[in-house]
Design a protein around this ligand. Structure first.
Ligand SMILES: Cc1c2[nH]c(c1CCC(=O)O)Cc1[nH]c(c(CCC(=O)O)c1C)Cc1[nH]c(c(CCC(=O)O)c1C)Cc1[nH]c(c(C)c1CCC(=O)O)C2
Length: 346
């Protein structure tokens, strides 16, 4: 049963194999735009409690597959569950987003972090097992984690930030301390993703939402290098499991991006023809419709046609260029998914 990947179009596309059409899924596809998600959330009352309950996490993961017939499910969880299990209490505040009550301020704080986080988070592995048992065999299950840098931004800043002044001050005044934290996060993340794969995840994705907060050299030093380490170690252990890397806001740094991964997520700020020009078919490119286009079917059609024509004959997985917004009509999301498949059908 484990990691059986027969007839998974999504997995074939990750490896650049020919597929009957270009597979499609959406970042944040398990979430608030779905009435069936809101119904469960109302009952449970709290997002974090949903992520800690394997039955509920499994159900919510599968909802968008049922509703939209996307080619991959992505585990319902959050990139901040892992740092939470390292010993930083987390809450989600309405209108603010995630908030860590305790932050990493100095070396002692790093020392206190719990290196059993990857074991304490076993509710995620339980969810993965349940999902894999229930999900159609042709649908891939994507496990994920935040990048060491992106989770560090939350661990240091305590919440989302506009300037990242606190962590960037450390970049320039105490880089060794930050490297210690990033090395810790990297080790935990490799364990975390490995356990998700052992539980049945068919691919893994690393989300680096705040890579773009760094200038070029610092991005490679503090974010990309650690993502590369994760990819390399996962590929060494699990060569048959595709690794997807996604950094947001770093299109202009792409020419220097390399590593042992299979799929590169392209954000919506980066024209996909520009990314294709750089990478050719060395990686599968995943993306990258502007998510706000989903408010309009004609705007969606325009982008899907353009992306499909650029990527025709090349390694591609359709997706948005960042997460779907909570008030997008479900009907439009369905239109996007159907259209991607229809236009690329061979
Ligand atoms: C930065 C980041 C986070 N979480 C994540 C990232 C990286 C991707 C990105 O850049 O969007 C990743 C994430 N978060 C969630 C998933 C689940 C799988 C999926 O459907 O993509 C994934 C892959 C669920 C979620 N994570 C969150 C929700 C909304 C929770 C709710 O209110 O029901 C979901 C479904 C909450 C969350 N989680 C986070 C924030 C900033 C917020 C609040 C903002 C918001 O409300 O959208 C941190």
């Amino acid at each position: 049963m484990k990691n059986e990947r027969k007839n998974m179009i999504f997995i074939d596309a990750c490896f650049g194999k020919k597929t009957p059409y270009t597979p499609v899924w959406m970042m944040r596809q398990a979430g608030r735009y779905l009435p069936e998600y809101m119904e469960i959330r109302k009952k449970v009352g709290n997002f974090l409690d949903m992520t800690k309950n394997p039955e509920i996490a499994a159900e919510v993961t599968i909802q968008p597959v049922r509703r939209l017939n996307v080619d991959a499910a992505i585990l319902f969880s959050d990139i901040l569950n892992l740092p939470m299990e390292m010993g930083l209490p987390l809450r989600f505040e309405k209108g603010v987003g995630p908030v860590f009550e305790k932050t990493i301020d100095n070396e002692e704080d790093i020392e206190k972090l719990d290196s059993n986080a990857d074991k304490k988070i076993s509710y995620v592995y339980e969810a993965v097992k349940l999902i894999r048992a229930e999900l159609d065999r042709e649908k891939a299950l994507i496990g994920f984690a935040g990048s060491p840098w992106t989770i560090a931004t939350y661990m240091v800043e305590g919440r989302g930030s506009k300037q990242y002044a606190k962590i960037k001050k450390i970049v320039y005044t105490n880089p060794m301390m930050l490297h210690r934290l990033l090395a810790f996060n990297t080790k935990e993340t490799i364990e975390y993703l490995s356990s998700q794969i052992e539980a049945g995840a068919n691919a893994v994705m690393v989300f680096d939402s705040w890579g773009g907060a760094l200038e070029r050299d610092k991005f490679f030093e503090f974010s990309w290098n650690y993502m590369k380490t994760i990819a390399k170690e996962i590929k060494e252990k699990y060569p048959d499991v595709p690794v997807i890397l996604f950094s947001k806001g770093v299109g202009l740094y792409m020419s220097d991006m390399d590593g042992e991964f299979d799929v590169l997520g392209v954000d919506w700020n980066t024209p996909i023809d520009y990314a294709l020009g750089i990478f050719k078919d060395n990686y599968t490119l995943q993306g990258n419709m502007e998510p706000t286009r989903l408010y309009s079917k004609s705007a969606t059609k325009e982008a899907v046609e353009k992306i499909a024509s650029v990527m025709k004959g090349h390694r591609h997985i359709f997706n948005l260029g960042h997460g779907i917004l909570p008030d997008v009509p479900v009907e439009n999301a369905k239109y996007f998914v159907d259209l991607c498949k229809e236009i690329t059908a061979k």
